[in-house]
Design a protein around this ligand. Structure first.
Ligand code: GLN
Length: 309
């Protein structure tokens, strides 16, 4: 199986699809990205990368960042984290507030907005927002082995100016005592780490630790214990696409995490990490063409985690 041919074929096929979904426009800077963009990158443990399309163009990773913030927050507080965030699929939109009322301010999982806002609060323990963000960018750069990765401050600023729903979520959780720091600081961290700009190549390289039992394959250093890497992958499978998680698991069969910038990160345990990007979203806020491309990829490679090996 020639991975380069596979990604080239997928990119060629995706270029022909006319039904490309709707670009998110509630974050001002995301509204102007062209829906015709498509990138795909597959990274193997040895660092070799197979890319096609716009795989080297940086885009706003948005909710994909929640995989990295969960990894960091678990490193900071360990399994105590689960007292403040649940592990169940929400079955509701990524920015929904409804379950917080009946569940005493405990978000269903770390991959919806409310859950990731709690993660940002956890990362703030004893630190200022600028320190948390500095550490966050350093962490992702180290994972990717790429010092050029930066936060797009323009995107963060636009979201801070319009993120009323996230402000409501944070304040609501604070009323239950599940946010410990000033809401402005927590959201400052949240908006900025969502605004990390990365290409498919950088994302696929950065997430190799998930496919490699928690180890950064370049250094051999354990970013997370193997057991924790498996648990992060489980959560990606059950919760990584909000109320579209079941559909993604059904169609693709890989742990994945999407973002409203149109990116999807997916991992094939023991084999590869994958990033796709196409800005048009389906009705659940997940990349329409990105999901389609991953479906094709697993058909061609047999990489679904449910495949008989
Ligand atoms: N920053 C975005 C928001 O809070 C992230 C949402 C997403 O990617 N689904 O609305």
């Amino acid at each position: 199986m020639c991975l380069q041919t596979i990604v080239d074929d997928i990119a060629a096929e995706m270029a022909l699809v006319t039904e490309r979904g709707r670009v998110a426009d509630y974050i001002p800077d995301l509204a102007c990205v062209s829906p015709s963009k498509f990138g795909i990158a597959i990274a193997l443990a040895d660092g070799s990368c197979f890319t096609a399309g716009d795989a080297d163009e940086a885009f706003s990773i948005q909710s994909i960042t929640k995989v990295f913030s969960l990894t960091m927050a678990l490193g900071l507080v360990g399994d105590g984290l689960w007292q403040r965030v649940g592990r169940e699929p929400s079955g509701t939109a990524f920015n929904s507030i409804v379950q917080l009322e009946t569940e005493s301010g405990i978000p269903r999982n770390p991959f919806i907005n409310a859950g990731a806002i709690v993660l940002a609060d956890i990362l703030l323990a004893n630190y200022e927002p600028a320190e948390v963000l500095g550490e966050f960018v350093r962490f992702v750069r180290e994972l990717a082995g790429d010092d050029t990765i930066v936060i797009d401050h323009q995107v963060a600023k636009g979201e801070a100016a319009t993120g009323f729903r996230n402000m409501a979520l944070a304040n609501y959780m604070r009323s239950f005592g599940n946010i410990h720091h000033e809401v402005d600081k927590v959201l400052g961290v949240y908006f900025h780490h969502c605004a990390l700009a990365m290409s498919c190549r950088q994302l696929a390289l950065a997430s190799r630790y998930l496919a490699c039992g928690g180890r950064n394959p370049d250094t051999g250093y354990a970013m997370v214990p193997a057991r924790r890497a498996k648990r992060i992958l489980s959560l990606m499978l059950s919760c990584g696409h909000y109320d579209g998680s079941g559909e993604f698991a059904f169609r693709v069969g890989l742990p994945g995490k999407s973002g409203v910038g149109g990116g999807i990160l997916a991992a094939v345990p023991g084999i590869a990490s994958i990033a796709v990007w196409s800005p048009g979203l389906n009705e659940r806020g997940n990349s329409q063409i990105g999901s389609f491309a991953l479906e094709r990829l697993v058909e061609k490679t047999g990489w679904s985690v449910f495949e008989e090996r």
